[in-house]
Design a protein around this ligand. Structure first.
Ligand code: HEM
Length: 169
């Protein structure tokens, strides 16, 4: 499965989404931009998208709710190690209240993986972040020696957040 993202003005993104009602597309509003996501086995109509392959995931996107993307820069040699860790992941997030969907996205044109989660509302995400399920899912990381972590990661991770249904804003 492939996942594509593109950003632009709300009107333009909305038009593109409306032109392709048969496709799995999700329109979402960030702080400064509107993002359109396209998940497909095939190609995308986006002209210059950020391209990803779906490595792992559960759940189906809903066009309502709250999206959190964790962007994680990974070195070339770190890729298999990073992906292996997700193969052995806790698998706990899907049992959390308010959970909607989750994807691990392998970048095609960059070094930055994206871990995308969708929640029914921001409060559910905040609750999960404070939960044991979250610390358990990330505990191997805290345990790993610093040199090992540096070898996998090529930069600092950062988070972006989006709201679905921007027209209801
Ligand atoms: C300090 C930044 C973070 C890094 C470097 C990171 C990296 C990782 C890694 C390598 C795993 C696989 C399990 C492991 O080996 O630990 C994992 C699990 C996961 N991470 Fe993160 N993570 C971070 C913070 C976050 C945040 C803020 C989110 C919110 C979107 C998130 C979402 C997830 C999810 C959903 C899983 C799978 C959990 C499960 O299976 O229950 N991570 N993360």
């Amino acid at each position: 499965m492939n996942l594509f993202m593109t950003t632009g003005t709300y009107e333009f993104m909305k038009k593109m989404r409306e032109k392709h009602p048969q496709e799995t597309m999700v329109l979402m509003q960030g702080e400064n931009t509107t993002l359109l996501l396209h998940e497909t086995e095939g190609k995308t109509i986006f002209q210059t998208p950020r391209r990803y392959e779906v490595v792992d995931g559960t759940g189906t996107f809903k066009e309502k709710g709250f999206f959190v993307m964790n962007h994680i820069p990974v070195t070339d040699e770190g890729r298999p190690i990073f992906e292996h860790r997700f193969k052995n992941r806790a698998g706990a997030v899907e049992n959390e209240p308010g959970y909607v969907a989750f994807r691990v996205l392998r970048p095609v044109d960059s070094d930055t993986y994206v871990v995308l989660t969708e929640w029914e509302s921001p409060a559910f995400y905040e609750k999960w972040k404070e939960s044991q399920a979250f610390s358990k899912a990330h505990e191997t990381q805290a345990d790993a020696p610093a040199e090992k972590r540096q070898h996998i990661f090529s930069g600092s991770s950062y988070i972006t957040m989006y709201k679905a249904k921007p027209e209801e804003k």
